[in-house]
Design a protein around this ligand. Structure first.
Ligand code: BES
Ligand code: MG
Ligand code: ZN
Length: 494
């Protein structure tokens, strides 16, 4: 979508749909054109429109002597219009424009100058692009997305110059999020570990980060036995994906680490999933998608930071060669693991990936993202990402970074008592902690491999995938994590 900031106030508009937002107190309507302010006064007098949040009136009216599609949107109380609510309104506007089969829309912000800031313009642009997203490459009849131009009328030349960088950032963040959505939505017969590695390489080439791919022999040489145990049941061989972005070469030893769970499909292995639980398991690389998407956005915006991301990509399948419940396996860190459930595979791949990124890539902080447990859905549903961390300060940074993205996070306790639950009688660790506190024990299992550096684990099992379309979220992959990670890295450069 082509998004522009416009200065014009009274020239004949070029957009097909004119959108005006109105606060509940009907403030500042006099600054709008006569036709519109008169129209709004009539609506108000007749009490047909109260401008409460989300209320909408769609009409064709004469505007500067031309008939135009006009959409009036109620903004509610200005003090209550936070970014999350603004996103809902923008999604509504974009969906309306597509429903009316219009190709261009103009959002007039002259009477709502409260909404003209770097932050809000970014929210508007980002949300508009994300709402327009569709995954229809396999459909003969493509979706009816008509809107391809959005003009934001802010009416001030100076501001236009100041705020154009907000649009560039919004576009970079939308690009990373869409890349993540595409990767999640791609089916597992197409997106196997090799293809995921190829897509990461392409993203690196396009946006400016280095990508190194390790094949099985190299992975074996590194001693990643936990990861390889999961991978060995599949004909599709694993790929260990390493992405490096060096945006702050003067501080080479300061490196931020990202790790994404990259199960391109999870059948559960011999601890087989039931049909209903398996059907969306192409999304079990949502963590990988988030870190690849974030790397794309970070590199695109040339952030002054060093970031290394890794993905231990593989497939959890059944074959004569698969690992079994009861197996005791090793790991790159040297710890032995009793496998009590082959469906708790993500933590095994992440254990080696986290150990690798700390010991070989020398990152100073690490965040892992993983569609790790069904228990995260039970605990927090589909709106909030569950977090386990060993650092109050680092978690505080995450909360700050997640706010402007409107991606909700919630920290779970990580008391030592929970760590007892993953101790094995016959190995150093076991890969399940019993029926209780599943998200915590899964997270703490990974934490065992994080050494002493600040570490955050984000369980995105509930948030990486949406069963329905709502607001700016489309059905399927959500791209969750990309924007929060980007903000995290950006804030870390200050
Ligand atoms: N990939 C799943 C977790 C998952 C479930 C993601 C639902 C998205 C939606 C993970 O590998 C898994 O199977 N976890 C098990 C762990 C259990 C065996 C301890 C689970 O949650 O059931
Ligand atoms: Mg599993
Ligand atoms: Zn899994």
């Amino acid at each position: 979508m082509n998004i522009k900031l416009l200065n014009k106030k009274s020239e004949v508009t070029i957009s097909e749909l004119l959108v005006f937002g109105v606060f509940e107190d009907f403030r500042n309507l006099d600054v709008l054109s006569n036709e519109i302010s008169e129209y709004l006064s009539v609506l108000k007098e007749q009490e047909k429109f109260k401008a409460s949040f989300g209320e909408e009136i769609s009409a064709v009216i004469k505007y500067e002597n031309v008939y135009k599609n006009v959409l009036i949107i109620g903004l509610g109380k200005s003090e209550e219009l936070k970014s999350e609510k603004l996103r809902k309104l923008i999604a509504k506007i974009v969906r309306k424009a597509n429903e009316l089969k219009l190709s261009s829309a103009e959002l007039n912000l002259i009477n709502t100058s409260e909404l003209v800031s770097k932050e809000t313009l970014e929210v508007i642009a980002e949300t508009a692009i994300l709402t327009n997203y569709k995954f229809d490459k396999y459909k003969e009849k493509k979706s009816q997305i008509t809107l391809n131009e959005l003009n934001l009328v802010i009416g001030d030349i100076e501001k236009i110059a100041n705020y154009s960088s907000a649009l560039a950032e919004a576009e970079a963040l939308a690009l990373g999020t869409i890349l993540a959505r595409d990767l999640v939505n791609e089916p597992a017969n197409v997106l196997n570990p090799k293809e995921l590695a190829k897509r990461a390489s392409e993203a690196g080439e396009k946006n400016g980060f280095e990508v190194e791919i390790l094949k099985e022999d190299k992975i074996e040489e590194l001693g990643m036995e936990a990861y390889l145990s999961v991978a060995k049941g599949s004909e599709n061989k694993p790929r260990f994906i390493i992405m490096r972005y060096l945006g702050d070469p003067d501080n080479k030893e300061k490196i931020f680490g990202l790790v994404g769970k990259g199960l391109t499909f999870d059948t559960g292995g011999y601890s087989l999933k039931p049909t209903a639980g398996m059907v969306t398991m192409k999304s079990d690389m949502g963590g990988a998608a988030a870190v690849i998407g974030a790397m794309a956005s970070i590199a695109k915006m040339k952030l002054k930071a060093n970031v290394t991301a890794v993905v231990a990509a593989c497939e959890n399948m059944i074959s004569a060669n698969s690992y079994r419940p009861g197996d005791i396996i090793g790991s790159m860190a040297g710890k032995t693991i009793e496998v009590l459930n082959t469906d708790a595979e993500g933590r095994l791949t992440l254990a080696d990936a986290v150990h690798y990124i700390i010991s070989k890539e020398r990152v100073n902080k690490v965040i892992d993202l993983a569609t790790l447990t069904g228990a995260a859905l039970v605990a927090l549903g589909t709106t909030t990402t569950a977090v386990v961390s060993n650092s109050d300060e680092f978690y505080n940074d995450l909360q700050i970074a997640s706010n402007p993205a409107d991606e909700k996070v919630w920290r779970l306790p990580a008391f030592d008592e929970y760590k007892e639950l993953i101790k094995s009688d016959i190995a150093d660790l076991k890969n399940i902690g019993g029926p209780n506190a599943g998200t915590i024990t899964a997270g703490l299992f990974i934490g065992e491999f994080a050494k002493d550096i600040p570490w955050i684990h984000m369980d995105i099992a509930g948030t990486a995938w949406s069963e329905n379309e709502h607001d700016y979220i489309t059905k399927g992959g959500t791209g969750v994590g990309v924007r929060t990670l980007y903000n995290m890295i950006k804030n870390n450069t200050k």
